[in-house]
Ligand binder design. Sequence first.
Ligand code: SAM
Ligand code: SF4
Length: 483
Amino acid sequence: MERITETLSILSEADKVSADEPRVLEEELALGKKRLYIESYGCQMNFSDSEIVASVMRNAGFATTATADDADVIFLNTCAIRDNAEQKVRNRLKQLNTLKKRKPELLVGMLGCMAERLKAKLLEEEKMVDIVAGPDAYRDIPKLVEEAESGQKAVNVFLSREETYADISPIRLNSNGVTAFISIMRGCDNMCSFCVVPFTRGRERSRDPYSIVREARDLAEAGYKEVTLLGQNVDSYKWQETEGTEQRAEGMGHGAVSFAQLLEMVAQVSPELRVRFSTSHPKDITDEVLYTMAKYDNICKYIHLPAQSGNDRILKLMNRTYDRAWYIQKIDRIRAILGEDCGISHDMISGFCSETEEEHQDTLSLMEYVRYDYGYMFAYSERPGTLAAKKYADDVPNDVKIRRLNEIIALQRNMSLERNQRHIGKVQRVLIEGPSKRSDDFLSGRNDQNKMVVFPKGDYQKGQYVNVLITDCTAATLLGVTV
Ligand code: SAM
Ligand code: SF4
């Protein structure tokens, strides 16, 4: 079993929250309406999807609640990426069973990737699930709720080639009012052999760029100061303008819109609106994207570039379609165009099928070469139905996977500290996100490279940009004083 908590120990508090804890809805005035409670697990994409589900359900007359006990309908928006993510949801379902026994009219629905993976089996296996809806079925949820209310089991796990929910305004949940996420595409066409995502989220499709720009503009007008553009592989974003496409953004030409162009369109919304994006795929990230980042001060100089392994044979088995030399060349381009200070993070998997000790050493040496700022690190977890599960034996013993994972984590911790120490004595522009987790006398926010910076509160407010002189750091946080 992988050790997520150790993985997270080098991340900032906010990262821990987003990666490990389920998130719930906020309380709303119900005024006789039925109440909806959603708990979201897994990646940022899922949290974003829950904001779309909340919007669909609000239009259907539901109010949100932050307490499961008060709900008429409970949704778990689930993740299937690793086995322990699914176990977490199964345990939660067991807890909710007690609630359902007390309140038989309560409806429980499973949404997202686990719903898509297990489909109608869930209704049989987990007798307490009334509704099953995959990631492309969220518009259908009010109808599924009605069916379930009339005593039928309600399932929609149809995967679409077109659905992007472009016209649905997400309801910002648990928002700090400063930073928000915008989905720019859905699904994934890469077939990394370890990964369940192409099976649970379907084919890749890009969202209309003008609806993305409009969403960014609405957020800026509502006082938000940072947007993160989300997709499994943002660099393969591509929108082909067709007849009937609505208004063009000013200055943009006809034809196709690439990710670099989209990034530029969003950066131009306001110089006060920071732009981030995730995730970049090493096979697709282009110099054009890097030059666009360099051109705009408000595009943050931080790239999440998952490697997964530093060894060519393993990368081939993983079907990542690049090798170590290609990955290193991408890192060199980032450093050449954006400079040594550009933040870079990775995803790494330990103990993939047949990985030897020498091949694991190649992962460590790649990390030494890159000197990453952060890492998200996992022990390989075989997922039924994936190419790896069909073709390769999951033959690295669990204790070896964990030992290698711990070596990767230990190295990353040292590097995070070293990379953070580079900032000591320098002034950083920080967007304040709110009080520091540890003390109300301190505020916290992120610098350009996505690092959490903590400093004394003074008279500053969240949503303001401040200049902070960095005086000290840990592996996870920069500490400083405003100047
Ligand atoms: N689309 C992104 C990319 O290609 O890098 C990542 C998406 S995935 C939700 C996030 C990370 O989970 C992956 O980068 C990988 O490191 C990890 N992951 C995916 N499948 C896994 C598995 N079967 N076992 C362990 N880790 C896995
Ligand atoms: Fe999974 Fe690979 Fe697609 Fe990322 S790029 S979601 S790891 S298949």
